[in-house]
Ligand binder design. Structure first.
Ligand SMILES: [Mg+2]
Length: 218
């Protein structure tokens, strides 16, 4: 159990944690390969395979989330494409209840995301959840992805949170691992990041399957 009363600061990842990662998976694994295969007249399956290995090479780096990088790399306007399907962006169940509870409890609530600031903008506009956050921090502004300890050192200085009184929730195990090494006391790995996909079993960290598990019992 997470002792919410002992917690002053709540740091939350966006994609997969608050928002259904189905949007991003569909975008990168289906829509982008589809556009690319149409443009260059290459079979969809071949394109998809090539693109997935291209993505993999940049995983855990700032390039991976930099839509300007991918627009140039693939000669596709990634921002415009995301805008086109932004109506598909969806919050996970009970996220708003959880955020409202944090506000009512006077917690300091921060979003810490690897998402590029332009994508962050689209998603905040679409979901209107910006109002729940004291500040949103994007790794593109910090200069390091969350997988690197430097991200946490710089973010701690910026947000002035106390590691001993902080809860951080993220759906990427690598990120939780770094946050743990940095010393954040309360950590939860969000599972079911993509509501339409089964997770591999996880044993390394305490997990959160649904935000309703953090709500007080009625
Ligand atoms: Mg995430």
């Amino acid at each position: 159990m997470i002792p919410l009363k002992d917690i002053k600061f709540v740091l939350l990842d966006m994609d997969g944690t608050l928002l259904d990662k189905h949007f991003d998976d569909y975008f990168w694994e289906h829509l982008v390969p589809e556009k690319y295969s149409e443009r260059y007249n290459i079979a969809f399956d071949t394109t998809k395979k090539r693109l997935l290995s291209k993505y993999k090479a940049h995983e855990g780096t700032l390039n991976w989330t930099d839509i300007d990088f991918w627009s140039e790399e693939l000669s596709i306007d990634i921002y415009a494409l995301k805008e086109q399907i932004r109506h598909l962006i969806e919050m996970h169940p009970h996220v708003e209840d959880f955020l409202e509870m944090l506000k009512a409890d006077n917690k300091k609530v921060y979003m810490v995301t690897n998402a590029h600031y332009k994508v962050l903008d689209i998603k905040l506009k679409q979901t209107e959840m910006g109002k729940y956050f004291d500040k949103c921090v994007s790794s593109s502004e910090i200069g390091y992805p969350k997988e690197m300890i430097e991200f946490w050192q710089k973010t701690e200085k910026l947000l002035k949170f106390d590691k001993e009184e902080t809860l951080f929730i993220d759906d990427t195990a690598e990120v939780i691992k770094t946050a743990k090494a940095f010393g954040i006391k309360y950590l939860l790995l969000r599972t079911m990041a993509n509501s339409k996909r089964e997770d591999r079993p996880i044993n390394d960290f305490p997990v959160l399957k649904d935000f309703k598990d953090l709500l007080p019992l009625f």
